[in-house]
Design a protein around this ligand. Sequence first.
Ligand code: 13P
Length: 248
Amino acid sequence: MRVPVMAGNWKMHMNSNETKSFIHDLRGRVEDTEVKVILCVPFTSISAAKDALAGTKIGLGAQNMSWEEKGAFTGEISPDMLLSEGVEYVIIGHSERRAIFKETDDMINKKVVKALEKGLIPILCVGETLEEREEHKAKEVTKHQLKEALKGVRVKEMEKIIVAYEPVWAIGTGKTASPEDANEMAVFIRETLKELYGEETSEEVIIQYGGSVKPGNVEEIMNQSDVDGALVGGASLKVEDFEKIVNF
Ligand code: 13P
């Protein structure tokens, strides 16, 4: 049985004070949920989030990490640094990192492998651009991203990974993939994982949808057979909206 996972990706929003008040407001509202809730906060808010989350079941996530352990890598944050702050999850390969910061499949693969080696749970993002979708390449592109990101990942490790299907054209645009389209891609991702890791493992993996998820569309998306959760950007910055998404 796959337990739904709702993760907020705050992107570059929320300083440490805002983080504290957000979490204090959210805590009580999602206390009774069966859903796994995760907040992926900016590096500088991790410590505040950790304190504010104490005593809750809400998971703490980061939005990126280095594949290196330590050394002369100005501006980078290592997996051990995240672990020492209580981080359990890390978003890897978000389309904004791929497109704006030129992260390659190879870099993403190194991060996934390192995160797993260190005991962090990767939330691995894959998904096509509008141009690729219009050229009917959504599946080809997504499969390629998956296979490249998962090179060297073993079966036991795969069971832990969360995959987020985030079509680039639906992120921050207000355009959501239709629930059917989101599910078609989730099914396709699961089939690809089955080819790579076998049926038992592929049935265990949590596959999220991300891209303009809102209180008004979350239920339909979650009603699909193979969508197990959401990776939420904008709507995770408002307590009321995120609460509604969690309690869909
Ligand atoms: P929005 O929910 O703002 O479209 O962002 C989605 C996203 O990129 C989550 O990682």
